[in-house]
Design a protein around this ligand. Structure first.
Ligand SMILES: NC(=[NH2+])NCCC[C@H](N)C(=O)O
Length: 396
């Protein structure tokens, strides 16, 4: 049987990817809720969809199979047990109270898989239901009973494949926590993933996919900062070692701030032995190599990231593509996800067109750059890497 999933590197030829085409959940963003929902502006949704369609087309033109999260979700919700689990997860929130919870349970249960998926993604507003009762009368019209999930767009964060096992992650920001209820349904109930191993779940310590880089077979780098916690990387290391999915996990501390929320905002791989790094941070990035003797975890002293990574990969040097940008240009382009490239194969990547200088330097270093526009997509602070969850790559 040909493989349908499995990822052992960042750069092996991409075969299958999961995207999420932005939908009605983006139409919920207002100037009053966008900060909480982790968007820096109010995107023009139609244009964001066009940009996203163009991104998907670039992938298809390169022979990549594009799966959509919402379609996988609808298919998974064909299973009655999945629907029951979905409803239970959506109404668990304590803001509802018993009357409203019972009402929502009944109305969500009556929906078909398509309608239920839409409610789970776009959320439900108080004035969209006729529930009656105290809580609904006291809440504002525009209060959400079920929050919308605009960050579903960033499929990188809510699940990550580590070889033939999938890690449903544990998201740190309240606005995103419910996303993994959806990825859990997909991987738990969609027939395509029936035989897949499971290596992590949302009940564990925080780990986000944007922090997890498969540097090469058996070697993961995991950013520890605003999202993934120290305990998260420890738990992930234990889990991947127990399933023999990696021999080394490099824990990489990154500044706890929005600009560097995930490791992939400052560092992505563009070749089997080359990384693109945010120059303002490249020098000081350190890594602690975690290994195991089968029983205990061993933690090495911090070393420069590139040194620790090359050692773990068993190569002489991991090349850093030096964009040579002045600090201000570098800071501007990092903010616009210039370092968040998606590799389609060694030395071929997708990047936003707006990070002009970074792209040019990448090309001068021998990397093909396929440019996509992201004027609207970018308002969620994520680039090509975080808008994609690779499901199948050729072995590196
Ligand atoms: N892997 C990434 N860089 N993801 C970007 C996620 C952006 C999203 N708005 C958030 O704040 O969570």
């Amino acid at each position: 049987m040909t493989e349908r999933y499995g990822v052992d590197s960042e750069v092996g030829t991409l075969r299958t990817v999961m995207l999420h085409r932005p939908g009605n959940e983006l139409r919920r963003l207002t100037p009053r809720n966008n900060d909480k929902l982790l968007f820096d502006g109010i995107p023009w949704v139609g244009r964001a969809q066009d940009e996203h369609d163009a991104f998907a087309q670039v992938l298809r033109d390169r022979g990549v199979e594009v799966l959509y999260l919402h379609e996988l979700l609808i298919e998974a919700l064909g299973d009655p047990t999945a629907r029951a689990q979905a409803v239970e997860g959506a109404i668990a929130d304590l803001r509802l109270g018993d009357t409203l919870r019972d009402y929502l349970a009944a109305s969500l249960t009556s929906l078909d898989p398509g309608g239920l998926a839409e409610a789970l993604m776009a959320g439900v507003r108080n004035d969209e239901v006729r529930a009656g009762g105290l809580v609904t009368s006291l809440l504002a019209h525009e209060d959400f009973l079920i929050d919308p999930l605009p960050n579903l767009l960033f499929t990188r964060d809510s699940s990550v494949w580590i070889r033939n096992s999938v890690a449903v992650t544990s998201l740190a920001m309240p606005a995103r926590v419910r996303e993994t209820q959806l990825t859990e349904l997909i991987y738990g109930f969609h027939p395509r993933f029936a035989g897949a191993g499971k290596v992590y779940d949302h009940s564990l310590e925080h780990v986000e996919g944007g922090d997890v880089l498969a540097l090469g077979p058996g070697v993961l780098a995991v950013g520890v900062g605003e999202r993934t916690t120290p305990a998260g990387v420890e738990r992930l290391a234990r889990r991947v070692f127990a399933q023999d999915l990696a021999h080394t996990v490099l824990a990489v501390p990154i500044a706890q701030q929005r600009a560097t929320m995930h490791l992939d905002t400052v560092c992505t791989m563009v070749d089997v032995d080359a990384v693109l790094m945010y120059p303002n941070m490249a020098e000081e990035m350190r890594a602690l190599a975690v290994t195991t003797d089968g029983d205990q975890l061993h933690v090495a002293e911090p070393e420069p990231f590139l040194v620790a990574a090359a050692k773990a990969l068993g190569i002489d040097t991991l090349r850093r593509i030096d964009t040579g940008l002045d600090p201000v240009t570098a800071e501007r382009e990092q903010w616009d996800d210039g370092n968040n490239t998606l590799a389609l194969a060694p030395r071929v990547c997708i990047a936003y067109e707006r990070t002009v200088e970074t792209n040019q330097r990448l090309e001068e270093s021998g990397v093909d750059v396929i440019r996509i526009s992201g004027s609207e997509l970018g308002s969620g602070r994520g680039g090509p890497r975080c808008m994609s969850c690779p499901i199948l790559r050729d072995p590196a």
